[in-house]
Design a protein around this ligand. Structure first.
Ligand code: AHG
Ligand code: MN
Ligand code: MN
Length: 324
C-alpha cells in the first residue's frame, strides 16, 4: 500500500473543520488505542492473556488486558484539559478529570476480551458527549445517544482500523504500523438496506422469547421458508468485529433480551457499547434499535445499564422488529 494516496487522520480532522478541542480528545483516544494495539501484539509473549481475580460492574471477570487497556486510555485522557469526565466498562463510577473540561468520554476499553486467549479480533469503543455544567458527574452520561458529538471504535484485527463519525458520515481509517499513522481508506461507508447474513449467539436459543425465536427460525428456514432466501450466519463474539462486518458488507447484528435474570434487558451496555455503535450505524445508512425504539433516543438512567441491540441493514432490522 502506498500511503501517499491516502489522507492521514490528522489531515482529515483539519480538512473536516472538527473543533480544535474535540480534535485533541479524539487524537488522544486514537493514540491510546495505537498503544493498546502494540500491547495486544505482544501479549502472548509477555504472558498478559489471562484473567485476574476481580469482577467489573457488570459482574464479569476482568482480564489483565481489560484493566491495562482501561489504564492506558484513562492515563491519556486525564491529561487532556478538555476532558471533564470519564466513564468506562472497567470503572465502577465516573472518573473526574479536568474540572474545566467540555467533554464527557465513555469507553469500552477492550471489547470481546474473551477472544484474547485465541488471538481473535477485539476492539475499543468510544463515545464523546458534551459535559453538562450542572448536576452529578453521572448526569453527563445520562444523555440520549443522539447528543453524542463523536463516536467510534478501533478494531484490532489483521489490520488495526478506526471507524469514526462526528454525526455526518462514517469514515474508516487503517493503521499503517511503520508510520504509526491512521490513513483514510473508506469515506463512503454505506450499509446495504437488504441482507442475507445475520449475527447472533445461537447458543442462547433456549432463552429467547417466542417471537424472537420465530424470527430466527424463519431465517434458518431459508429459501423454502417465509423469507424465501438462504441466510448465512457469522458470530465472532466481539461486538466491534461483528458490527464491522455489518458496516463493510451489510447484515443484522442481534443481541436480544432473554429469559435469564441477568439478560432480561440484553447483555450489551448502552452508554459505551450500544449508543456509540448506533451513531456509527445510523451515519452509514443503517438502523439501530432496542426491541422497540431507536437506540439513539434512549436516555440512560444508570452508567452500566444494559440494552437489547438489533442493528444493521435497515430492511432486515425492521423485519425483525415486526416479529417483536
Ligand atoms: P466485553 O468483552 O466488552 O465484555 O463485551 C463482550 C460482548 C460483545 O463484545 C459481544 O458481542 C458479546 O459480549 C458476546 O457475547 P456472548 O458471550 O454471548 O458470545
Ligand atoms: Mn464490550
Ligand atoms: Mn470490554
Amino acid at each position: 500500500m502506498n500511503s501517499l494516496h491516502f489522507k492521514s487522520f490528522e489531515n482529515f480532522l483539519l480538512s473536516s473543520a472538527i473543533e480544535l478541542e474535540l480534535s485533541t480528545v479524539v487524537k488522544d483516544i486514537v493514540s491510546a488505542c495505537t498503544d493498546i494495539s502494540k500491547v495486544l501484539s505482544c501479549c502472548t509473549i509477555e504472558g498478559l492473556t489471562g484473567a485476574i481475580e476481580q469482577q467489573n460492574s457488570s459482574g464479569e471477570t476482568q482480564k489483565q488486558l481489560d484493566v491495562l487497556s482501561n489504564q492506558i486510555l484513562k492515563d491519556k485522557l486525564c491529561l487532556n484539559k478538555s476532558v471533564k469526565y470519564i466513564a468506562s466498562e472497567e470503572e465502577n463510577n465516573v472518573v473526574s478529570a479536568s474540572p474545566s473540561g467540555k467533554f464527557a468520554v465513555a469507553f469500552d476499553p477492550l471489547d470481546g476480551s474473551t477472544n484474547i486467549d485465541v488471538n481473535g479480533s477485539v476492539g475499543t469503543i468510544f463515545s464523546i458527549l458534551p459535559a453538562l455544567k450542572d448536576g452529578s458527574p453521572e448526569a453527563s452520561f445520562f444523555q440520549a445517544g443522539n447528543q453524542q458529538l463523536c463516536a467510534g471504535y478501533i478494531l484490532y484485527g489483521p489490520a488495526t482500523q478506526l471507524v469514526i463519525t462526528f454525526g455526518k458520515g462514517t469514515y474508516i481509517f487503517t493503521l499503517q504500523p511503520d508510520a504509526n499513522m491512521f490513513m483514510l481508506t473508506e469515506n463512503k461507508t454505506s450499509i446495504p438496506k437488504e441482507t442475507s447474513e445475520f449475527s447472533v449467539n445461537m447458543a442462547n436459543t433456549r432463552y429467547w422469547k417466542r417471537e424472537f425465536g420465530n424470527y430466527i427460525q424463519h431465517l434458518l428456514d431459508g429459501s423454502s421458508g417465509p423469507r424465501q432466501k438462504p441466510y448465512n450466519m457469522r458470530w465472532v463474539g466481539a461486538m466491534v468485529a461483528d458490527i464491522h462486518r455489518v458496516i463493510c458488507r451489510g447484515g443484522v447484528f442481534l443481541y436480544p433480551s432473554d429469559k435469564r435474570e441477568k439478560l432480561q434487558t440484553g447483555k450489551l451496555r448502552l452508554v459505551y457499547e450500544a449508543s456509540p455503535m448506533a451513531l456509527i450505524i445510523e451515519n452509514c445508512g443503517g438502523s439501530a434499535f432496542n426491541e422497540s425504539t431507536s437506540l439513539l433516543s434512549v436516555v440512560p438512567t444508570s452508567l452500566h445499564q444494559k440494552v437489547p441491540v438489533i442493528a444493521g441493514s435497515t430492511n432486515e432490522v425492521h423485519t425483525c422488529l415486526n416479529y417483536l
